[in-house]
Design a protein around this ligand. Structure first.
Ligand code: SF4
Length: 120
């Protein structure tokens, strides 16, 4: 059986102006409604210690095959999540990263759906 597809939205604590044009819960609800992934979640700050713990805990069971993360720059994401992925043996090529900053709700939703469609 194929592994699960998960989606995480990370929003710089929700206070960064880069995320002010977006209805964070609207983006998540839209994805849930369309059932494009098996689960969605929100994390305020994946790039600090408890964010790393979150990723390790989420992925340690090995059930997630693909992890889509909409947050900041994809290269920054790769560097910041690398230790967590390595610690639990999650294949970093199964992390699909999207820069979601400075988008409206509609723009964010469309970009996320495109990422998922292009990387099924
Ligand atoms: S991972 Fe990126 S989007 Fe998330 S809190 Fe850190 S800098 Fe912000």
């Amino acid at each position: 059986m194929a592994g699960k597809k998960g989606f995480i939205l990370c929003v710089c604590q929700g206070t960064c102006p880069s995320f002010s044009k977006m209805d964070i819960f609207g983006v998540l609800s839209d994805l849930r409604r369309e059932k494009l992934v098996d689960y969605v979640c929100l994390h305020p700050q994946l790039c600090v210690g408890d964010g790393e713990e979150f990723l390790k805990t989420l992925l340690s069971g090995g059930e997630t095959e693909k992890l889509y993360i909409a947050a900041c720059d994809p290269q920054m994401q790769s560097k910041m999540y690398r230790d967590a992925f390595e610690a639990v043996g999650f294949d970093k090529t199964h992390h699909l990263a999207l820069d979601i900053r400075n988008r409206t709700t509609e723009e964010a939703g469309a970009a996320i759906k495109e990422l998922i469609a292009d990387n099924p």
